[in-house]
Write a protein that binds this ligand. Sequence first.
Ligand SMILES: Nc1ncnc2c1ncn2[C@@H]1O[C@H](COP(=O)(O)OP(=O)(O)OP(=O)(O)O)[C@@H](O)[C@H]1O
Ligand SMILES: N[C@@H](CCO)C(=O)O
Length: 311
Amino acid sequence: MAVYTQVSAETLEEFLAEYDVGTLRSAKGIAEGVENTNYFVETSQARFILTLYEKRVDVADLPYFLSLTAHLAEKGLPVPAPIEDRRGRALQDLCGRKACLIEFLSGVSVDEPGVRHAQAAGQMLAEMHLSAADFADRRPNDLSVAGWQALHHELEGELGGISPGLDRLVGDELRHLAACWPQHLLAGTVHADLFADNVLFSGDRISGVIDFYFACTDLLAYDLAVTHAAWAFDGDGAARPELGEALVAGYQAVRPLSEDELGALPDLCRGAALRFLLTRAYDWINTPPTALVTRKDPLAFARRLEHYRAA
Ligand SMILES: Nc1ncnc2c1ncn2[C@@H]1O[C@H](COP(=O)(O)OP(=O)(O)OP(=O)(O)O)[C@@H](O)[C@H]1O
Ligand SMILES: N[C@@H](CCO)C(=O)O
């Protein structure tokens, strides 16, 4: 579950009184998600998400994330716009946390995406890249090669406890990627976490893209690689090449990849698999068993990494 911070009805009413959004009808904590506290809020005028940012989000990054979603929403993409109060403020203080009232988007995420979902996700990713081309803010990706090396350093000696041979796999892979990571591909603003649970569908149409809290400035083709690692495998980690092909085709229908980007894609996919392997392994080792959150399996991404290495 993800309601770490409780907000009483009285506090919420006072909070909403600063906005032109009508009066509170109902509010309910949302169980999905692991990072932040989310409430579903209904007022006399509309539905909203209220997010309270918990410890893992760097407060200094919040203006970047909120400006980016505002920018993409203004361009007409189905991205949740932050709502401003009467004084023009989107980022607020609430119950000891930074908080934001956010536009509610309808639709549901799909547990087992099909080819049409993957194609739509690829298309949407490319549309986001194009729409963010004039977004001026920058945020370096702290989860690229140097970040992976730092994480590996922290985890050294502990990865073998998750699975024998994992430490060696990660070490070998890091050496390979550090030596070949592309430096000159087109960079821009990337989502960097476009998993299926962050895409809402109404039928085959995407009605929402959420969770921009890893967004940053990085290679556009790396974002496609992250999305490939997230979408082109089934729940057991077996490759679903038809989903990967649909994803890349959807992307290229909007923004064709350059020869260099296509050539680099295999290594970028290896990097993407390693990124989620490492962050999941970190959480696996550092989340106390008593914590309320469900830890995500790092080995699902070790299998993806092995798949990309063999391909
Ligand atoms: N703008 C939105 N419109 C509709 N539903 C939303 C919106 N934002 C979040 N949700 C719902 O809230 C749930 C949790 O949101 P989110 O995935 O952002 O949680 P999180 O804890 O920040 O992130 P993580 O996915 O990394 O655990 C989503 O699965 C979705 O159901
Ligand atoms: N999408 C990430 C979680 C962080 O949002 C994962 O599946 O490991």
